[in-house]
Design a protein around this ligand. Structure first.
Ligand SMILES: Nc1ncnc2c1ncn2[C@@H]1O[C@H](COP(=O)(O)OP(=O)(O)OP(=O)(O)O)[C@@H](O)[C@H]1O
Length: 314
């Protein structure tokens, strides 16, 4: 069994300038090892280099230098095998409007040299819930159906690695749930999943590992739980029995503020302050506690702290 699904070493890409525009160094030496069997998130602010990285993996953009290995196959040494090991679901919903889903899958299978006897066109259409649309023209499909057809197309050659570039952008909640259920099933059946998403909450829920790239460089790559543990801050949210009077005297390094809904929020560092000391301070101030909750940092906080961005992994 393959241990590493994708390995990038010193990957660089400079887009050549044309006319008045200067050359653009989009990737400045990316090193990444994506474990086989994982659901791996590739996040970063606009222009970070996510699409460039994915497109190089998919063989759609030529790298300037560095090494790319897909399922153990070096892209330069075994281009055919490396291409056969990856399926990419693009961001855009472009497709030939006159192809039916069945025809689109057959053409795709032909492009990848899948023999007729090994094609699973109807099985794949059924898996993505499009069997009843098998003979409909693509132009009559809804956005959600098109997205599912693109996933189906990426699966015809049974790649062990599936890349989804912003699969849920502009997709409604019901379809998003369906897509994620399907992605989890594919992963449970052994497919390594790499995805970029705009929604950090979604990445936090779906991905077991996450790489954050910023300005063409990897700024973090770790298990999702470890990334979240990097931020030491935590908040204690106290709902008082009565309206708050004076703020309590809190230990050094703790920030106390009154929230609009009347709750008292105490933000502290887990490494230096215990929740007990905070509760003592609250009681000592004569505040009677009706309810207590804690708030942990989320991926958005980690993202902002690493990229200085606005929390949008576009
Ligand atoms: N074909 C191209 N020619 C010139 N520059 C390009 C080209 N494609 C991308 N770039 C530039 O390379 C950088 C990285 O772009 P890329 O599309 O990989 O980022 P991204 O992380 O996918 O961004 P987004 O979240 O906006 O899709 C950007 O500065 C972008 O303007």
């Amino acid at each position: 069994m393959q241990q590493t699904a994708i390995e990038l070493n010193g990957l660089r890409k400079t887009y050549g300038g044309s006319g008045k525009s200067a050359p653009k160094e989009a990737l400045k030496g990316i090193d990444l090892a994506i474990p086989a069997g994982s659901i791996f998130g590739l996040l970063g602010p606009n222009g970070a280099g996510k699409s460039t990285t994915i497109n190089i993996m998919a063989g759609l953009v030529t790298k300037t230098s560095g090494q790319v290995r897909i399922w153990g196959f070096d892209q330069d040494v075994n281009p055919r095998q490396s291409r056969a090991s990856i399926g990419v679901v693009p961001q855009e919903l472009n497709m030939d409007p006159f192809f039916t889903p069945r025809a689109a899958l057959e053409v795709q299978a032909g492009l990848y040299g899948v023999p007729r006897s090994e094609r699973r066109t109807d099985e794949i259409l059924a898996r993505v819930g499009l069997l009843d649309k098998a003979e409909a023209y693509a132009r009559t499909l809804s956005g959600g159906m098109r997205r599912r057809l693109l996933i189906a197309k990426a699966l015809v050659h049974r790649p062990p690695v599936l890349v989804l570039d912003e699969p849920t952008a502009g997709v409604d909640i019901a379809l998003r749930q369906m897509l994620w259920t399907y992605v989890r099933e594919l992963n449970a059946a052994g497919t390594t999943i790499i995805l970029t998403t705009h929604y950090l909450e979604e990445a936090q829920q779906m991905c077991d590992r996450i790489a954050i790239i910023d300005a063409g460089q990897v700024v973090a790559c770790d298990a999702t739980v470890n990334l979240l543990a990097r931020l030491d801050a935590k908040s204690l949210v106290i709902t008082p029995e009565h309206e708050l009077g004076a703020m309590p005297a809190v230990p050094a390094g703790v920030e106390a503020l009154r929230r609009g809904d009347g709750a008292l929020v105490l933000t502290y560092r887990r490494s230096t302050t215990g929740a007990e000391a905070l509760l003592d301070a609250v009681r000592a101030a004569g505040i009677r506690i009706r309810d207590v909750a804690t708030e942990e940092p989320d991926l958005e906080d980690v993202f902002v702290s690493l990229t200085g961005g606005d929390g949008k992994a576009a």
